[in-house]
Design a protein around this ligand. Structure first.
Ligand SMILES: Nc1ncnc2c1ncn2[C@@H]1O[C@H](COP(=O)(O)OP(=O)(O)O)[C@@H](O)[C@H]1O
Ligand SMILES: Cc1cn([C@H]2C[C@H](O)[C@@H](COP(=O)(O)O)O2)c(=O)[nH]c1=O
Length: 216
């Protein structure tokens, strides 16, 4: 029985690496995957991992009919045994419906990878639809860590290291960005709620307000 599986985790939790591993193990067994991605940091038409691996992918642009694409690819003689969809949070809900149709009508496994929530802790529309339709939800086993050592469960957007809560939902970016640039940091819920990034935690420790008062 084919399945729609949604692998989710925070940023930097190994989703793209796992996607590439699934491709590798299937390729060595002669299976041909159709790989989609959207807005990968390595550029259009790429699926990349922070471990340095990268492969070509079809850019799942807004309006691209994923079901139609797979049908056309097969009718052109292309072999399609399964689908990988990275950065699936950026899909439109109707594109997720098309993935479900690929599973049900074409009987192909579809493995989707993405973050569930944005920097304001709100579900991305694509992730919401995946959670509604997936046969199986899988949480990444490599847990990302907050600066406090706790399990990171939320994605924060930062500007110059400070957490921000206003802005567009979609801004392509990475963790560990140079000072001054828009970047991201994964945090536990407590520190996300308190808007305390690693930079603001460091600043608080160094602040004279919290230094112990010298006696004598
Ligand atoms: N130099 C490194 N050595 C070992 N692991 C690394 C290194 N750099 C990044 N990683 C690991 O790679 C993972 C991030 O991989 P990636 O697939 O790009 O994440 P995601 O797609 O979830 O954002 C993290 O688990 C991180 O710990
Ligand atoms: C939280 C959040 C993230 N993004 C972007 C930033 C990255 O380009 C991707 C996530 O990629 P990863 O492989 O999981 O690291 O999403 C965004 O656009 N808006 C957000 O709120």
């Amino acid at each position: 029985m084919s399945e729609l599986v949604f692998f989710s985790g925070t940023m930097d939790s190994g989703k793209s690496t796992l996607a590439l591993q699934l491709v590798h193990t299937r390729t060595t067994r002669g299976l041909q995957g159709l790989i989609f991605s959207r807005g990968d940091r390595a550029g259009e038409g790429k699926l990349s991992s922070r471990l340095g691996l990268v492969t070509d992918a079809v850019e799942a642009k807004p309006g691209l009919d994923l079901y139609g694409y797979v049908v056309e690819e097969s009718s052109r003689g292309g072999k399609v045994d399964y689908l990988i969809v990275d950065e699936a949070q950026f899909l439109a809900p109707e594109q997720v419906d098309q993935l479900a149709r690929i599973v049900d009508d074409l009987e192909l496994n579809v493995f989707a990878f993405g973050i569930t929530t944005d920097f304001r802790t709100r579900l991305f529309p694509g992730s919401q639809r995946l959670m509604e339709l997936a046969d199986r939800l899988e949480t990444l086993q490599v847990e990302a860590l907050c600066w406090c050592g706790g399990r990171a469960t939320h994605n924060a957007r930062t500007v110059g290291g400070e957490m921000v809560v206003e802005g567009e939902q979609v801004v392509i970016g990475d963790v560990d960005q140079p000072a001054g640039e828009v970047g991201y940091e994964v945090l536990c819920r407590r520190h996300h709620r308190r808007r305390m990034s690693s930079a603001s935690a460091r600043a608080a420790v160094l602040s004279p307000d919290v230094l112990p008062v010298a006696s004598g």
